[in-house]
Design a protein around this ligand. Structure first.
Ligand SMILES: [Cu+2]
Length: 91
């Protein structure tokens, strides 16, 4: 009889652990809160980070370094710089 109780206890504790584990990753709203952003801002940030193959943390670090913030289209920027240089050379 005791064995059955023990097994039942083990089963329930395993279930509890499993349910806790599946809850572990934060929701977007929770993460947004963590970074002091609105959910929309967080989603934009995440998208931008994904486009640059970065985690959101890495992305936030370097986006806080240069002032351009969220709309950093690096490819566009470098293209603009190239254009400027060409124009300078043509002068
Ligand atoms: Cu980035």
């Amino acid at each position: 009889m005791k064995k059955i109780i023990l097994i039942a206890l083990l089963a329930t504790s395993t279930l509890l652990l499993a349910s806790c584990g599946s809850e572990a990753p934060l929701t977007e709203a929770q993460q947004a809160e963590k970074y002091n952003m609105t959910t929309t801002e967080y989603k934009e940030m995440k998208d931008a980070a994904a486009r640059m193959n970065m985690t959101i943390e890495e992305h936030m670090k370097h986006s806080s370094m240069d002032d351009s913030e969220m709309d950093m289209d690096m490819s566009d920027d470098s293209h603009m710089i190239e254009d400027d240089m060409e124009m300078d050379m043509n002068k």
